[in-house]
Design a protein around this ligand. Structure first.
Ligand code: UN1
Length: 503
């Protein structure tokens, strides 16, 4: 049966998310609605109670030594079984990407792929890193061994824009490293997270080892202020990262590891040697795929002034051709934004720029989209990236111009903003590429292509500065940050001597 037929059959399925271990007959339930049609419920979320948070972390702490003692290879087998289970349930996962998060079919397919890739990649890392001690040099008669182990309990706090991939990735890394995990999905997207956790349990990962703590409001704060945590892996806004960092700093107990992947004010620089058709395709994908709701997405396009009008005309042509609509419709290029608050924030930003006199191009929305959180794709002319105060998380592209002599100034301005996530460059001049590469402080630099869709293992992803702490997700240093190092030093000659004396 074709995929679309199979997905259609899931259209009326209702889903439910609740804490893995819940108190019966208690707690509030909230509806989860579709971003493309707020009158349509996809399921319900039972929020985690404060007492349940404490119990979950205590349970996870108790379960951690045994999970760690399993060793990397055994944990890898379970993570790979979870990957198999995700693949076997691709239809349900894609359906939830579309209905709970408003994602297009293509984005849904890519998302399931990425989650599976994270599970398999970190499983391989677990096998390679945890079962063989590293023998370190020393004098004859001394043995030095370095081993890695789980730190304890990790909380993973994940966003709605990759409700499966970024829910799964950090949790899989923490589990691979021998930690137990309490996972709080975004309040908007608990249902796909709940299915993911269930599939992991079915695959043999114990329930105490990987627990779901759905909720909104206070739940995140209850988790991050618990002294039982050894670390937090967070993906979301820079403001929330600062708040979590403060909560962790205020606790007693173990000094927590904090891993944050946050926002960006991502630019692309296009000089006059660039190929216009290629630029057009890559700008449209980078700015408008996933309705611009990726932290990697292009926000500020810098066009060299002598080609700017021509480039902008081509880009506007492609922009006018974007199909905006229901993400379950195959023809759709741009779906809804996640919720009414996101829409309102974007509309406020666009209105402010208009009042300030910026040139603004907007698409017209079809009246049939009025019941959903749709934002008309928008292009806004600005003088510089420095005009923008914050990340605008949606289908809004800003365009600025620069003179041929101003390349270094553009890079300096981008650096001044303080984010450091993705940067695109379209140029066929090698010296330009070298200059930008050396000067830009960004985590992921993309040349002559689009700047979204980092692939696990090939393009480890993550930023610096206001964009996060690193290490890069899907890269060779990621799992290590979830582990603690232990060194055992044995003086083998002295041990022999002592034995003689004692005898
Ligand atoms: C995010 O949007 O939170 O490269 C980060 C990409 C994705 C980025 C995810 N892997 O577009």
């Amino acid at each position: 049966e074709p995929l679309l037929e199979r997905l259609r059959k899931l259209d009326d399925r209702q889903w439910h998310a609740e804490p893995t271990f819940r108190h019966p007959h208690e707690g509030e339930t909230a509806p989860i609605t579709m971003p493309q049609d707020l009158s349509h419920e996809v399921g319900t979320r039972r929020d985690t109670l404060q007492a349940e948070v404490g119990e979950a972390i205590a349970r996870a702490k108790e379960a951690q030594p045994a999970w760690n003692a399993l060793g990397g290879s055994q944990r890898a087998v379970l993570l790979e079984r979870a990957a198999d289970a995700f693949e076997a349930h691709t239809d349900e996962l894609i359906s939830l990407c579309q209905r709970e998060a408003g994602k297009s079919l293509v984005d849904g397919v890519l998302e399931v792929r990425e989650a599976v890739d994270f599970l398999r990649y970190y499983a391989n890392e677990a096998r390679a890193m945890f079962d063989r001690p590293l023998l370190l040099p020393g004098p004859t008669g001394e043995e030095n061994r370095l081993t890695l182990a789980g730190r304890g309990v990790f909380a993973t706090i994940s966003p709605w824009n990759f409700p499966l991939a970024i829910f799964t990735g950090p949790a899989a890394a923490a589990l691979a490293a021998g930690n137990t995990v309490v996972a709080k999905p975004a309040e908007q997207t608990p249902l796909i997270a709940s299915l993911a956790v269930k599939l992991c349990h079915d695959a043999g990962i114990p329930r105490e080892v990987f627990q779901l703590l759905p909720g909104a409001g206070d739940v995140g704060g209850w988790i991050t202020s618990d002294p039982g945590l050894s670390g937090v892996a967070f993906t979301g806004s820079t403001d929330t990262a600062h708040a979590i960092n403060r909560a962790l700093a205020a606790r007693d107990g173990a000094i927590a590891t904090f891993i944050a992947e946050t926002g960006g004010q991502n630019a692309m620089i296009v000089d006059s040697s660039a190929l216009p058709e290629q630029v057009t395709r890559d700008v449209i994908a980078s700015a408008f795929q996933s309705a611009g709701q990726r932290c990697s997405a292009l926000r500020v396009l810098y066009l060299q002034d002598d080609v700017a009008d021509e480039m902008l005309e081509m880009i506007r042509g492609a922009f006018e051709a974007l199909t905006i609509g229901d993400p379950e419709d195959l023809a759709t290029d741009v779906g809804p934004v996640i919720d009414p608050d996101a829409k309102a924030a974007l509309e406020r930003h666009i209105a402010r720029r208009k009042r300030g006199g910026s040139t603004v191009w907007r698409r017209k929305l079809d009246g049939s989209l009025a019941h959903g959180c749709f934002v008309a794709p928008t292009i806004i002319e600005v003088d510089s990236i420095l005009d923008l105060k914050r990340e605008n998380f949606g289908p809004v592209l800003h365009v600025a111009r620069f003179p041929a002599s101003g390349l270094e100034q553009v890079v300096d301005d981008i650096n001044t903003v303080g984010y450091g996530l993705t940067l695109g460059l379209h140029s066929r001049i090698e010296a330009t590429r070298r200059t930008v590469e050396a000067r830009a402080r960004v985590g992921n630099f993309y040349v002559n292509r689009n700047q979204i869709g980092a692939v696990v293992e090939s393009q480890p992803f993550g930023g610096e500065g206001l964009s996060g702490t690193g290490p890069k997700a899907g890269g060779p240093h990621y799992v290590a940050r979830f582990a603690t190092e232990r060194v055992v030093c044995i003086d083998t000659t002295a041990a022999g001597g002592n034995a003689t004396l004692l005898a």
